[in-house]
Design a protein around this ligand. Structure first.
Ligand SMILES: *Cc1c(COP(=O)(O)O)cnc(C)c1O
Length: 398
């Protein structure tokens, strides 16, 4: 964006999501180009040598970088307020690479136990296979984090709000504990999206996203991204990604790049609708518990007011009658579809105990707050009246 020289102040975040990072080709296209190429050609053997040595800028091979992927990385980094970003094939590739890049055998990780199922697998099962000890704590209990610290603790990991319980953790306080321990704090920010929460500003060292969710927002592509300082990326992430290859495809980067242009519009609208749905359902006799970040009755409402600038596109509902009650409710829905994705333009609902969290024992699920009656509703772009009508009629079947 250096061609514009009349600017007197930095561009606003929403504007940067439309323009930042654009690499225009010689054809001057308005829409970002899809560079569907594995590699690049060089003017000479000397030019090729210089490029490989990093002495001249430019692209080499799509496992390392690609112009469309780079546009996506620069645009999301600008919005997040991060110095550097690396795109990955999926959200789980981002989580796994961030943790493996920051840890080695003999190290210790402390993580909040209310985690997305695959994140919990990486922390509690995969990392220990490589000699990294893991301790899971109640993320809302600061004393738990403090007590878990060991001399070899190198990473703190959390999701806030957590999937699917929407439990919220005080990121600033946990970041302060991590700093004291000499550990890096990695935050999976999928549920709040970069629109409502900026963990780097709250003291986190690294943020990861599944771009599959709100960033795509229309249920099409998988993707992930790791955001941090240039120093952290260079020291821990850059070479690991290049050499092991969990790269984002240029096609997916192109879809996700275009999606970034409308991310705030979609997330703001979906959040407003989710808040209306939450207010309409609160106190319903068939709902044992309704958890919505943004309502005054959320257990961590005070922390939400401090660290988030908006609520959530997601609600957690505990339906009366356990699994049977939840299933009757899901099966009676007409407009809202049963699916495990989230952040989509279409409202989607899932029963975590039998899907995303089914591989855990019932004790582990209970510990994570995933009860048999819990359903997770991802609110889309439909009109709130249609959603409320569908949910209300389905609750009558419970
Ligand atoms: C979906 C999700 C992931 C994994 O993302 P994929 O793109 O499916 O690999 C990680 N963390 C959270 C909180 C998620 O919701």
């Amino acid at each position: 964006m250096s061609e514009c020289s009349r600017r007197t102040r930095p561009l606003q975040a929403d504007t940067r999501l439309v323009h930042e990072g654009t690499l225009r080709s010689e054809f001057g296209e308005t829409s970002e180009a899809l560079f569907l190429t594995q590699g690049h050609v060089y003017a000479s053997a000397e030019d090729c040598e210089a490029r490989f040595k990093g002495e001249s800028p430019g692209f080499l091979y799509a496992r390392f970088s690609n112009p469309t992927v780079t546009m996506f990385e620069q645009r999301i980094a600008s919005f997040e307020g991060a110095e550097s970003a690396r795109a990955t094939a999926t959200g789980m590739a981002a989580v796994t690479a961030a943790l493996m890049g920051l840890l080695q055998a003999g190290d210790h990780i402390v993580a909040a136990r209310a985690l997305f199922g695959s994140c919990r697998y990486v922390v509690a099962e995969l990392l220990p296979r490589f000699g990294v000890a893991a301790t899971l704590v109640d993320g809302t209990d600061l004393d738990g984090w403090r007590k878990a610290i060991r001399p070899e603790t190198k990473v703190f990991f959390l999701e806030s709000p957590a999937n699917p319980t929407l439990e919220v953790i005080d990121i600033e306080a946990v970041a302060a504990l991590a700093r004291q321990a000499g550990a890096k704090l990695v935050v999976d920010n999928v549920f709040s999206t970069p629109v409502w929460q900026k963990p780097l500003q709250l003291g986190a060292d690294c943020v990861v996203y599944s771009a599959t969710k709100h960033i795509d927002g229309q249920g099409r592509c998988l993707g992930g991204v790791i955001l941090a300082s240039e120093e952290l990326i260079q020291a821990h992430i850059h070479t690991l990604l290049r050499q092991t290859g969990p790269s984002m495809s240029p096609f997916n980067a192109w879809v996700l790049l275009k999606s970034l242009e409308t991310l705030p519009l979609r997330v703001e609208r979906q959040t407003r609708t989710a808040a209306s749905v939450a207010d309409a359902l609160a106190g319903h006799s068939k709902i044992r518990r309704l958890i919505y970040p943004g309502r005054a009755d959320h257990p961590q409402a005070d922390i939400i007011a401090r660290q988030m600038t908006g609520g959530s596109t997601l609600l957690a509902l505990e339906i009366e009658g356990g699994k049977a009650g939840a299933f009757r409710f899901l099966n009676a829905l007409d407009l809202i579809r049963i699916s495990n994705n989230l952040g989509d333009a279409k409202s989607l609902i899932t029963h975590p105990a039998t899907t995303t969290h089914q591989r855990f024992t019932s004790e582990e699920r209970a510990e994570m707050g995933v009860s048999e009656g819990l359903v997770r509703l991802s609110v889309g772009l439909e009109h709130p009246d249609d959603l409320i009508e569908d949910l209300t009629q389905a609750l009558e079947h419970v």
